[in-house]
Ligand binder design. Structure first.
Ligand code: COA
Length: 136
């Protein structure tokens, strides 16, 4: 696949460095990892500072998590990583990509809305958002 050099795509099992980053950003999360999931990481000066965890769930594309270390936010890293992840998911032949967000998470909500994700429904305390791929 072709994304710019600063990104790397990691497949399962996760390396210690990636696990540490995810645990640092989401300390108490109960994250589901599937064998075919992928993690796109962003490295800065050799250190992993951002990730997008994505895969296929029930035949649909799913962004499972996205995070950027404090101190590196507001630079477009999450957006750029998501663009790459969404492009990679598209290659799986699915027609849509889903994402769950805590509606109180203003940064994430604004980011997803700006990337054409539309609210679908509440799932527990989360808001499910969806973006369709255009037919081509
Ligand atoms: C949400 C998060 C991933 C955004 O990462 P980021 O690299 O700072 O985001 P970007 O720089 O790519 O921002 C893209 C857009 O998101 C929105 N955004 C980002 N941070 C924002 C904030 N604090 N308030 C409002 N909007 C924000 C803006 O629309 C922004 O576009 P703009 O820069 O043109 O205004 C980051 O804040 C984070 O890691 N938070 C903790 C983990 C988390 O909550 N993840 C999401 C739930 S899975």
């Amino acid at each position: 696949m072709s994304h710019s050099k600063k990104y790397e795509t990691i497949t399962m099992p996760l390396t210690k460095g990636v696990k540490m980053l995810i645990n640092h950003i989401f300390p108490n999360a109960n994250i589901e990892y599937k064998p075919k999931d992928k993690i796109l990481i962003y490295k800065f000066k050799g250190k992993i500072i951002g990730f997008v965890h994505y895969g296929i769930r029930n035949g649909k594309g799913a962004i499972i998590g996205v995070g950027v270390l404090e101190g590196h936010r507001h630079k477009g890293h999450a957006r750029n990583m998501l663009i790459n992840a969404i492009e990679d998911i598209k290659a799986s032949g699915v027609d849509r990509v889903l994402i769950k967000v805590n509606p109180l998470n203003k940064a994430a909500l604004a980011l997803y809305k700006s990337m054409q994700f539309m609210p679908v429904r509440k799932v527990g305390k989360s808001l499910l958002m969806r973006r369709f791929y255009e037919e081509n």
